[in-house]
Design a protein around this ligand. Structure first.
Ligand code: HEC
Length: 154
């Protein structure tokens, strides 16, 4: 009987550990915003594959990818970025505290991204040359924000 209690106690402690991992600071917000980023990367893969000629140009598929990117822009994700939810609070995140620092230009970076996505929405379904023409700015807008506001991946 004592052994059984001991086993139950160990299980209870292990369970607490799992709950603690899920409750890591800002765990849900970080997961959700990383999911949005992963979704963006997926759409960029579609557009980039066509731009590079790895995949045949398909106007409808390109338009859909651009529209999906716009959906990530119009979505109100502000609740996913609470101040303090940076990499120092939870190492699962690669977000830098600089995002929330005085004078941060994250808003400008987000605006530049929104403009690049708007341009891609107009270009993607037109023809391959237009898609290719809009790709540089769009990729640059992702990278520009990451360079300033993410832990370098080296
Ligand atoms: C305005 C800033 C900004 C823009 C624009 C932006 N990102 Fe991000 N991205 C971030 C930040 C900040 C993180 C780190 C999030 C975290 O880990 O908490 C991130 C993380 C990521 C990640 C890693 C997700 C993970 O699971 O750790 C990927 C992939 C990504 N972004 C892709 C993209 C792509 C592709 C684009 C453009 C189509 C883009 N991002 C545009 C700021 C941005």
């Amino acid at each position: 009987m004592r052994k059984l209690f001991a086993a139950a106690a160990i299980l209870a402690i292990a369970g607490t550990g799992i709950a603690a991992a899920q409750d890591a600071p800002f765990g849900m917000q970080i997961k959700a915003r990383q999911g949005i980023m992963a979704y963006r990367a997926l759409q960029m893969g579609v557009l980039g594959g066509m731009a590079k000629g790895d995949v045949a140009y398909d106007a409808a598929a390109a338009q859909k990818a651009a529209d999906n990117l716009m959906a990530t822009v119009t979505l109100d994700a502000s609740m996913l970025w609470p101040q303090g939810s940076d990499n120092s609070a939870n190492p699962a995140s690669t977000a830098l505290a600089a995002i929330w620092a005085d004078g941060s230009d994250i808003g400008d970076k987000a605006t530049a991204f929104a403009e690049a996505v708007t341009a891609m929405q107009a270009a993607a379904g037109t023809d391959l040359a237009s898609l290719q023409g809009a790709m540089g700015n769009l990729g640059g807008a992702c990278g520009g924000c990451h360079k300033a506001f993410r832990v370098p991946s080296n």
